[in-house]
Design a protein around this ligand. Structure first.
Ligand SMILES: Nc1ncnc2c1ncn2[C@@H]1O[C@H](COP(=O)(O)OP(=O)(O)OP(=O)(O)O)[C@@H](O)[C@H]1O
Ligand SMILES: [Mg+2]
Length: 258
């Protein structure tokens, strides 16, 4: 099976060498957890490999993505000028801009992606849609059906896809049905505050046809470098989720029993 590098060395190891070609992988999680940064790595890995790539950005401008990449020493501007990278901007909606969406809907996005693929040619394998959530702001009930459409249509064009999906800050989970059930893989980005410090980690929750790692991995986002995986979390998920007073009661009961 052909696998594509994620552009993050340790992450490749967690998924048996990379993302299987043709897969749609959902990158899910709360704001600021590293989804967009991971997308930038995925595109950079393709560009370095001589592939051409497409990046659809719905909540940040094209400029913002280019600037973010530059901070990690990844030059997106040159491949854009050389016709190796197309960033489809769904935020700014510039009328004069060929690669801008007029309206944020799935149909228009698919049309633009296919037009971009025709422009870039056969060497174009990687597509990022960051994020899918933007398409369902007005109609969350359409999320699952449209995820199928996206997968079915784009699969025919030979893409390996990263699609991000945002989780609510209130619940830490998805807004109803999303891309997760349709996706061949799910990488969940999480965050926690430990000892007063924000820590981020990721866990590969699903990767079809892959003996993948099941642990949560601490990650860091570093200036000049990007996303780096550090080590598996030693604390259990339950430790992170339960309030301290509940943990204290459990501890007291456990000491009493022993
Ligand atoms: N140059 C940098 N150096 C260090 N950390 C950075 C740098 N640039 C961005 N970050 C970190 O990355 C975070 C943004 O991560 P990212 O954009 O991937 O989040 P996200 O999961 O896509 O969030 P959202 O759902 O809001 O789009 C910033 O909040 C910051 O903590
Ligand atoms: Mg983002």
């Amino acid at each position: 099976m052909l696998r594509l590098s994620t552009g993050v060395p340790k992450l490749d190891e967690l998924v048996a060498g990379g993302i299987p070609e043709g897969f749609l992988v959902a990158l899910v999680g709360m704001p600021g957890t590293g989804k967009t940064v991971a997308c930038i790595h995925f595109i950079w890995a393709g560009l370095k490999n001589g592939e051409s790539c497409i990046y659809v950005t719905t909540e940040e401008s094209r400029e913002s993505i280019v600037n973010q990449a530059r901070q990690f020493k990844m030059d997106f501007l040159s491949p854009m000028k050389e016709g190796k990278l197309i960033v489809i901007d769904a935020l700014m909606r510039e009328k004069e801009d060929e690669w801008s969406l007029r309206d944020v809907n799935v149909e228009e996005m698919l049309d633009k992606v296919i037009a971009a693929k025709k422009t870039l040619g056969r060497g174009c394998k990687r597509l990022v849609v960051d994020s899918m959530s933007a398409f369902w702001l007005k109609a969350p009930v359409r999320a699952r059906e449209q995820s199928y459409t996206v997968k079915r249509v784009l699969n025919r064009w030979g893409f390996t896809i990263y699609a991000t999906s945002q989780y609510a800050i209130t619940t830490g989970s998805a807004f109803g049905w999303g891309v997760e059930h349709v996706a061949d893989g799910i990488i969940h980005f999480r965050r926690t505050i430990t000892n007063g410090v924000l820590r981020r980690y990721l866990i590969v929750e699903k990767m079809r046809q892959t003996p993948h790692d099941l642990r949560a991995w601490e990650l860091e986002i570093l200036d000049g470098q990007g996303l780096v995986l550090r080590k598996p979390l030693v604390r259990r998920m339950e430790d992170e989720a339960l309030p301290p007073e509940v943990m204290e009661r459990i501890r007291r009961l456990a000491t009493k029993e022993s």
